[in-house]
Design a protein around this ligand. Structure first.
Ligand SMILES: Nc1ncnc2c1ncn2[C@@H]1O[C@H](COP(=O)(O)OP(=O)(O)O)[C@@H](O)[C@H]1O
Ligand SMILES: [Mg+2]
Ligand SMILES: [Zn+2]
Length: 349
């Protein structure tokens, strides 16, 4: 899905590092626009349904995605709020079996995951041909908005990255890979915790009874966040694809730009990255710690690419001072971060 927002849609050479601009390097793709949200329409405006009985009536559109719209509901019994994703109808191109597999896959994977950086999936309701997934609500907007606001400090950027890595490390430890990591699928709750959402493309690569991970098939994810092997191999390690996407997300946070449109040899920026031994100027603006880590995360050969555990063990990641509310491990810091949301702070120095 394309992303929108106040970030420039057309790549701006003025925003390139001067050396790259002078060398005539192809302009880096700006974080593109995402489609505008249309006016809210209730999923089931007129009929009384068990969703309404159990949780209340959808009252506010939280967001739209390719697989469904998400609504805020306020439970009448205790006024607690929830997010309800109403799945899209079956496409003509998919069989009922494929459609049901996608729905149940998303719900079943969601319900087994319990981590501070993963959204909690609570319930599923099938009703009158509609399917509703009930989740904890993330009312702080998404990471795309936070990136577009360009008000994150360096510490906040690093903290978000650390939360992302912790969330993905947990996912992989349960044998699940996400396969569609991008800023739109990273939300913030009311306490500014980063929450990974959207398990519609997730895959179980290892059950608790297996020792070996299975390869994933099918091209998932969104262009600039996709790993090179997704374009060239019919099966791939979905966990390595997630590691790649995390690195691209960090670059989007840092520069509001992608290093390339797609990690394909036909993309001039990606081709020059590979040719230079993964040392193009785009990365020079990163501090040494993240620059070295990202080189391992953006290793074109998935076999040599870092695992998420190696990312967690990286000295720079270990040194990141996560704000206390975000910390998923023991940390001494008590810093409070807004992560670019409702923040008047000046941008990175
Ligand atoms: N738990 C939630 N809290 C708040 N908003 C949510 C929540 N889950 C999803 N959304 C919003 O709904 C959008 C679509 O949900 P998502 O699960 O990503 O569906 P899709 O598979 O169609 O991308 C998200 O981009 C986000 O804006
Ligand atoms: Mg999504
Ligand atoms: Zn933080």
């Amino acid at each position: 899905m394309a992303i929108t927002g106040p970030v420039p849609v057309v790549a701006d050479r003025a925003l390139l590092p001067p050396a790259a601009a002078a060398a005539g390097v192809a302009a880096r793709p700006a974080i593109p626009a995402r489609s505008a949200t249309t006016a809210p329409v209730g999923p089931d405006g007129n009929t009384t349904c068990s969703l309404k009985e159990k949780y209340g009536k959808p009252c506010q559109l939280l967001g739209k995605g390719a697989n469904g719209n998400c609504w805020l509901v306020r439970r009448h019994t205790d006024h607690k709020v929830f997010a309800v994703k109403e799945f899209r109808r079956k496409r003509e191109s998919e069989t009922r079996r494929e459609y049901m597999k996608k729905l149940t896959n998303e719900y079943c994977i969601g319900t087994i995951l319990h981590h501070p950086n993963i959204v909690e999936t609570l319930d599923i309701i099938f009703e009158k041909g509609h399917c509703y997934e009930v989740m904890e609500v993330c009312e702080g907007g998404d990471l795309f908005e936070a990136i577009a606001a360009q008000s994150m400090t360096q510490d906040e950027s690093d903290c978000i990255f650390a939360q992302l890595i912790h969330g993905v490390a947990y996912l992989h430890s349960t044998g699940v890979c996400h396969r569609d990591l991008k800023p739109e699928n990273c939300l913030f709750d009311a306490n500014n915790h980063l929450k990974i959402i959207d398990f519609g493309s997730a895959d179980v690569v290892k059950s608790p009874f297996e020792t070996q991970c299975r390869k994933s098939t099918g091209r998932c994810g969104s262009g600039p966040y996709m790993a090179p092997e997704e374009f060239t191999q019919s099966s791939y390690d979905g966990r390595k694809v997630d590691v790649w996407a995390c690195a691209i997300i960090y670059l989007a946070i840092m520069f509001q730009r992608f290093p390339w449109h797609a990690a394909k040899p036909s993309d001039p920026n990606y081709a020059s990255y590979v040719k230079s031994g993964c040392k193009t100027k785009f990365f020079d603006r990163l501090a040494q710690g993240p620059r070295e880590l990202l080189r391992h995360m953006l290793e074109p050969d998935p076999e040599k690419r870092y695992t998420i555990q190696q990312c967690l063990d990286d000295p720079w990641v270990k040194s990141i001072r996560m704000c206390d509310e975000c910390a998923t491990t023991t940390t001494t810091t008590t810093t409070r971060h807004s992560h670019g949301r409702c923040s008047n702070k000046s941008s990175k120095k």
